[in-house]
Design a protein around this ligand. Structure first.
Ligand code: EPZ
Length: 419
């Protein structure tokens, strides 16, 4: 099992290119199931979750090749099976994103119910409720979702009880094949959904309102395959911004989308970071010691839950106390116990984490538990006195493309040790 070894204390200086967004690439691959033909997806990040998605689509009969670095050709002319096994789905919950496209394309799908994960139970009841409103018949049997559309899909008005990112994506994709108008209310507004709607409209769908609470889909038009480049990853970018903030470093992130990260860059400015930005780059200079700020996660355009752990690392050495409130997931504080091992002073009470900034934290052996928790421990290790060893880095590789190489290039003393 690989581990990441960091000797803290180096300041960071240099440029980091940002990869394509995991949470835009995953629905984009799922969308290739909507119609037969050859798609070309570029700027696809090199991630374990992408490899898992490729394996899943191949299980369905898709023919996929990687023509150039980060470029995939996906041919879904012939789909064979429509079963996604538990073994695959349990390794990547986002596999449920194939449900909507398969219902739209084949009228049936059998997908293992994803189990919970480290950060919470993560049910998909709202996805299924949306499909049923569109006319699908859903049966839950032996841990599988059996979905069929005996009479096809029809337009409907659907109100999501809770704002759900992949729920909005899944039902939006199914609705492209629903005859008539579908109105989705209380939608997630994440930039990745705006990107997905752009891809679907380029395929011939008729979708309006993506990025707002209300999305209107006029379904039934014939779709065709497309070439599209995946949007940049705002969470990878935010993670490197946090690395500059915690080390007092000076980084320029290239190939990113500053407009997707405003709430994060504004929060980092409050900690004393100097930030400038252009169309596709952000430059950050971290302060000598971050000022404390309070953070409450919320659906976009609020502060992203996927950046909560990374900002907690920055607050662990802030010049005063801060309060972090996680409102999206019920168990997204798995990084706290590990940060405490590094000397961080954090008290949890209900949804709140009370962080008393310390002059310094120290290196320790720590365990990654989930994707963003592992990223936060890398960020903490960059400033910790001494050596931090991060185990179970497979969590990290699910969402970051060789993070240690990118950090090495800007001066971090970090390496991956196979073991
Ligand atoms: C997406 O997960 C992202 N994953 C997550 O990123 C991200 O943290 C999350 O959105 C929130 O922004 C992908 O896009 C692949 P939700 P998703 O449905 O869609 C509840 C990362 O680190 N809910 O928006 O699964 C749910 O339990 C990952 O890249 C229901 O109750 O999250 C949660 O409390 C982690 N029923 C809340 O809604 C449902 O049917 C928001 O979850 C669906 C969701």
């Amino acid at each position: 099992m690989d581990k990441i070894v960091i000797t803290g204390g180096n300041s960071l200086e240099g440029e980091i290119p940002i990869a394509g967004a995991k949470n835009a690439a995953l629905p984009a691959f799922a969308a290739t199931l909507l119609c037969p033909g050859e798609f070309r997806l570029s700027s696809v990040p090199d991630l374990v979750d992408i490899n898992t998605t490729v394996s899943l689509l191949k299980e369905f009969g898709a023919v996929i090749s990687k023509s150039l670095p980060n470029v995939y050709t996906v041919n879904t002319e012939k789909l064979s099976d429509v079963v996604a096994s538990y073994d695959l789905v349990r390794t990547m919950r986002a596999s449920v994103l194939v449900l909507g496209p398969l219902l739209a394309r084949s009228g049936k799908a059998k997908i293992s119910l994803p189990g919970g994960c480290a950060i919470g139970e993560r049910p998909i009841n709202l996805h299924l409720k949306g499909f049923e409103a569109l006319g699908a018949k859903i049966k839950l049997e032996h841990g599988y979702v059996n979905a069929e559309t005996p009479d096809g899909l029809h337009g409907a008005k659907i109100v999501f009880d809770i704002v759900t990112v992949t729920g909005t994506a899944n039902v939006m994709m199914a609705a492209t094949a629903a005859k008539g108008e579908t109105v989705l209310e209380n939608c997630a507004r994440e930039p990745e959904l705006v990107f997905l709607a752009k891809m679907l409209n380029k395929m011939g769908a008729d979708i309006k309102g993506a990025g707002t609470h209300r999305i209107i889909i006029n379904g039934g038009s014939e779709l065709k395959p497309v070439d599209i480049g995946i949007m940049p990853d705002r969470v990878e970018a935010g993670t490197f911004l946090a690395a500059a903030a915690i080390t007092g470093g000076h980084l320029k992130l290239t190939g990113c989308a500053p407009r997707d990260m405003e709430v994060v860059t504004e929060k980092l400015k409050e900690t004393g970071c100097e930030i400038s930005e252009g169309d596709d780059w952000v430059e950050i200079k971290g302060p000598k010691r971050p000022l404390p700020v309070d953070i409450e996660t919320a659906p976009h355009p609020g502060f992203p839950t996927d950046m909560q752990a990374q900002l907690m690392a920055v607050m662990s050495i802030a010049d005063g106390p801060s309060v972090i409130t996680e409102t999206i997931f019920e168990n997204r504080y798995m990084h706290v116990a590990e940060m405490r091992r590094m000397g961080a002073d954090i008290t949890l009470k209900d949804k709140n984490a009370f962080v008393r900034g310390k002059i310094s934290i120290y290196g320790a052996s720590v365990m990654a538990t989930d994707l963003r928790a592992s990223a936060s421990l890398v960020v903490a290790g960059l400033v910790a006195d001494g050596i931090t060893e991060l185990r179970r880095v497979y969590h990290l590789d699910r969402g970051y493309q060789r993070i240690e190489e990118k950090l090495q290039k800007v001066g971090a003393d970090i390496k991956r040790v196979s073991g």
